[in-house]
Design a protein. Structure first.
Length: 278
């Protein structure tokens, strides 16, 4: 943005449920809007962004849309065709692979935009967007992660259908775990939960939950959870605009993330430990 003299505008957050303020987004869009960049799911609250709707708004204004799908990737199926996004980025480490970045872009845009690249780098795709030798080990690891997810639906006729079935099953299973966790923690007054907690809106979130304690700092609480063999994170997870909007800086919050390999028994143990620490 600085290189081309563009102005970056931010869209407000509904602090009550950590969802994007779509009305404010409407107000920000005008005939000078060139790019709208959003995340598909918040790595702080788990709130899911209506990316398909936002993509339509962007294209109606003559703008491009960029989706950060890194936190969405392990929980639900990414479909760049259905979303009609111009660009999408994520990383394989979020869906059980190695630390390797992934970028999708519509071919015409990737061919016509000017990349920052070394002079001897090729001008055709994908080389013009590579900063050097590709991470071949990481690419093979990413492929293995995709194959793992596909293997969870062995009756599918092809890999894409396998991924579709797997991610649908993961979504159903994880949603049940998260609903149980939310139902239990909402009854403990020592904790403030951030994000969507209404069971009727479960489809609008992924199973990531951030919360604070009335007397323990996020750091203290994560250390106590660690002593019980429970891994949790504290801070802002690079979602600093969110924690600033919620008045949680500089300590942030505690974050719990559930995945398809977690069990109901593990969630019950987490709830039990949090009850003891209340």
């Amino acid at each position: 943005a600085q290189d081309v003299g563009a102005t970056v505008c931010e869209v407000n957050l509904h602090t009550a449920d950590c969802s994007l303020d779509i009305d404010h987004l409407h107000e920000q869009i005008n005939d000078r809007t060139k790019l709208i960049a959003v995340c598909a799911a918040s790595n702080f609250s788990g709130s899911v962004t209506p990316v398909k709707k936002i993509g339509r708004l962007a294209h109606e204004a003559g703008a491009l849309v960029f989706i950060d799908a890194v936190h969405y990737a392990p929980h639900r199926l990414i479909d760049v065709t259905e979303w009609d996004c111009d660009f999408l980025a994520c990383s394989a480490y979020k869906f059980f692979g190695p630390h390797v970045g992934i970028l999708f872009g519509k071919r015409q845009l990737l061919e016509n935009l000017t990349p920052y690249k070394l002079r001897p780098a090729p001008d055709d795709l994908p080389g013009r967007w590579m900063t050097g030798t590709q991470n071949h080990e990481g690419i093979m690891g990413a492929k293995a992660a995709v194959e793992y997810l596909a293997s969870l639906s062995p009756k599918a006729t092809n890999r894409r259908e396998a991924l579709r079935q797997t991610m649908a099953a993961i979504d159903v299973y994880e949603s049940k775990l998260m609903a149980h966790l939310l139902f239990s923690l909402k009854k403990i007054p020592s904790y403030t939960l951030y994000g969507i907690t209404d069971p009727a809106r479960q489809a609008e979130r992924v199973p990531t939950l951030s919360f604070t304690h009335t007397s323990l700092s996020p750091l203290e609480l994560t250390r106590l959870l660690d002593e019980s063999g429970i891994f949790a994170w504290h801070g802002n997870y690079y979602a600093q605009p969110v924690t600033e909007s919620l008045g949680l800086e500089p300590e942030g919050a505690v974050r719990i993330g559930l995945l398809h390999y977690n069990t109901r028994e593990e969630v019950d143990r987490l709830i039990g430990v949090l009850q003891e620490l209340a």
